[in-house]
Design a binder for this molecule. Structure first.
Ligand code: PLP
Length: 429
């Protein structure tokens, strides 16, 4: 593949934008090389400015459930744009999306729209603190909830990839209120509650973590979290920014039968435009201004273009059985990847849920951040670059999740598996 135009464009980008990117993991820093500079996306494919085409398993880190430029989503955005891009006043579309979200996620009785997952989790924490009058929070090591101060502590995703789980600039006093425990470890959570239970406002969790690669909860673990939080009067915040409508149409809380107090959503609910939301029990949400005293606001929150994209994405999803179709396709792909890895003699752990999956390059069981870190990052790097050169675009980090879209075809899967055979052989060589 010729990447000369991308190389020149990325060198110029680095002059004006830190690292040439507006979000660190896009930079290829951990795996080396220059990221293709993208000209367009269509269906399951991305095309870079050199004209190379890739089958895309990043899908903008999750939002594009229907693929790039899905006709219904595109048309809805165009129709909305023709009527003006923002009003700073209520619209019918805001209520329509709010109603749809509360129907799809029954634990949410009311919901507030924001512009990013970071804003959603930041606001959810403030709300939990306001509601309980407590200050401490618990998060799980390797879970990423966005880049605000309270939660950029032992975070996964780009922070894990770049080896800066604790960012400079986070005030010690803020980080001191964040208690971190390993995922799937009951004793550690019990100990945290035994030490500080009466001051813990909230436990925030990705019920099915996707930011240390995809890690699944062990049997009964989420129920255990729900029951210990209830016992101590602590709110449970389910961060489903990634897993929402990816793990299943019911999201992870519906799949595992968990009833959280507050839920954060993002990614899929905006169909590729900047939308996220936090919502929950009416009694809690009525603490939010202007009904209650907990202040949170946004100039562009509930933006009409973003609402239109979200409504189109979710309405299509509901009407076309998208999540279960994607689950079947993901099972076929991961089954093929497991076979290809075994054939090449490369030890991997393959995790999948709904339309998400991760190939961990390790022979150890992966159930938390430490076990995810047993992965052979060199093997991942070889696999990644081999796939890229064969036109398969994967997330550029071992600690990210791959996604499928409705636009992926059986031919795409076939081509991906053929490429994987070569990539795993390269790892084994
Ligand atoms: N929460 C989870 C689970 C995420 O995966 C992410 C982003 O990847 C966020 C929150 C932050 O969302 P955003 O990048 O939109 O701020």
């Amino acid at each position: 593949m010729d990447h000369s135009k991308s190389q020149a464009a990325f060198a110029e980008a680095k002059q004006y934008i830190p690292g040439g990117v507006n979000s660190p993991v896009r930079s290829f820093r951990s795996i080396g090389g220059v990221p293709p500079v993208i000209a367009k996306g269509s269906g399951s494919k991305l095309t870079d400015i050199d004209g190379n085409e890739y089958i895309d398993y990043v899908l903008s880190y999750g939002p594009l459930l229907l693929g790039h430029a899905h006709p219904q989503v595109t048309e809805s955005i165009q129709t909305a744009a023709a009527k003006g891009s923002s009003y700073g006043a209520p619209t019918l579309a805001e209520t329509e999306l709010a109603k749809l979200l509360c129907t799809l996620v029954p634990s949410m009785e009311m919901v507030r729209m924001v512009n990013s997952g970071t804003e959603a989790t930041m606001s959810a924490l403030r709300l939990a603190r306001a509601y309980t009058g407590r200050e401490s929070i618990v998060k799980f090591i390797g879970c990423y909830h966005g880049h605000h101060d309270s939660l950029l502590v032992k975070a996964g995703s780009g922070a894990a990839t770049l080896g800066v789980p604790d960012s400079p600039g986070v005030p010690k006093g803020v980080a001191a209120n964040t208690i971190t425990v390993p995922f799937n470890d009951r004793a550690a959570l019990e100990a945290a509650f035994a030490a500080k239970g009466s001051d813990i406002a909230a436990v925030i969790m990705e019920p099915t973590p996707g930011n240390m690669g995809l890690v699944l909860p062990q049997d009964g673990y989420l129920e255990f979290i729900r029951s210990i939080t209830k016992k101590y009067g602590t709110l449970l915040i389910c961060d489903e920014v990634m897993s929402g409508f990816r793990s299943s149409e019911k999201s992870s809380q519906g799949l595992y039968g968990i009833d959280p107090d507050i839920t954060c959503l993002g990614k899929v609910i905006g169909g590729g435009l900047p939308v996220a939301a936090y919502g929950g029990k009416r009694q809690i949400m009525e603490q939010v201004a202007p009904v209650g005293p907990m202040y949170q606001a946004g100039t562009l929150s509930g933006n009409p273009l973003a609402m239109a994209a979200g409504i189109a994405n979710l309405t299509y999803m509901r009407g076309h059985n998208v999540c279960s179709q994607l689950e079947s396709m993901t099972a076929i792909l991961t089954g093929g990847l497991a076979k290809a890895a075994a054939k090449a003699g490369v030890p991997v752990q393959l995790h999948r849920l709904g339309s998400m999956f991760t190939v961990f390059f390790t022979d150890q069981e992966v159930y938390d951040y430490d076990s995810a870190c047993t992965s052979d990052l060199d093997a991942f790097r070889i696999y990644f670059h081999s796939m890229l050169e064969q036109g398969i675009y994967l997330p550029p980090s071992q600690f990210e999740t791959n996604f499928l879209s409705l636009a992926h075809t059986p031919e795409d899967i076939e081509k991906t598996l053929q490429a994987a055979e070569i990539a795993f052989s390269a790892v084994a060589a």
